[in-house]
Ligand binder design. Structure first.
Ligand code: URA
Length: 216
């Protein structure tokens, strides 16, 4: 199942447009904050698929019976570009546990690259709801590596893959290389093109550099 949130008209489109805009994105504070706000919107949308239980809440004047989320959530992201988006998800999934995956592109002499997995910091994810976020789903290779590293820590009840901008190629790659039973993909928007260096076009540029500055 793939949900493309920009297909509906909402404020989300404004925040994604600001991330993409080459003038507005020069303000890195605003870039990070927009990613965080988008994380909050994703959390709200994804929460509609959790399990809910009736609970009695005591107010100063009586008892209110409410249907409340009853899922154990693990929020996972890929360093470093994923951090502001992850933080937005965590603002709403406030008691979620957290996992971090470190990976980098290893460039070869011919200009091609492979994704090199480095480190995973994760709680047990057995039977929990895994929300795995990466703002850009380009080739899909990092998402595959992250997901496969995480499921060595247990089998989640369900996995929500959350990405702000995906390429069609990335979505197809994930569908082909990850067992999609109990996996849902949530994309803010989907673009058609990928450069030879796996940058999404029109995309927004390098999300990690725009959020945190360039690196060596
Ligand atoms: N990562 C980015 O930051 N941007 C892309 O376009 C693809 C991957």
């Amino acid at each position: 199942m793939v949900h493309i949130l920009a297909k509906g008209n909402s404020l989300l489109n404004q925040f994604i447009a600001e991330l993409r805009d080459k003038e507005i994105q020069k303000d890195s504070l605003r870039f990070r904050r927009n990613m965080e706000r988008i994380g909050e919107i994703f959390a709200y949308e994804i929460s509609k698929q959790f399990e809910y239980k009736q609970k009695k809440i005591t107010t100063p004047l009586g008892i209110s019976e409410m249907s409340l989320p009853d899922s154990k959530i693990v929020n996972a992201t890929i360093l470093r570009a994923g951090l502001p988006f992850h933080y937005g998800l965590l603002n709403y999934f406030d008691s979620a546990e957290n996992a971090f995956i470190s990976a980098h592109r290893k460039y070869h002499k011919d200009g091609s690259f492979t994704i090199q997995f480095e480190h995973l910091s994760s709680p047990d994810i057995e039977g929990k709801i895994l929300v795995l976020s990466d703002p850009m789903l380009a080739s899909g290779a990092s998402m595959e590596i992250a997901y496969k590293a995480l499921i060595e820590r247990g089998t989640p009840e369900h996995t929500h893959i959350a990405t702000i901008i995906a390429s069609n190629q990335g979505i197809n790659y994930v569908k082909k290389h990850i067992n999609m039973k109990n996996v849902t993909i949530w994309a803010g928007d989907v673009d058609d093109e990928l450069t030879s260096k796996s940058y999404i076009v029109p995309g927004l540029g390098d999300a990690g550099d725009l959020a945190f500055g360039s690196k060596m």
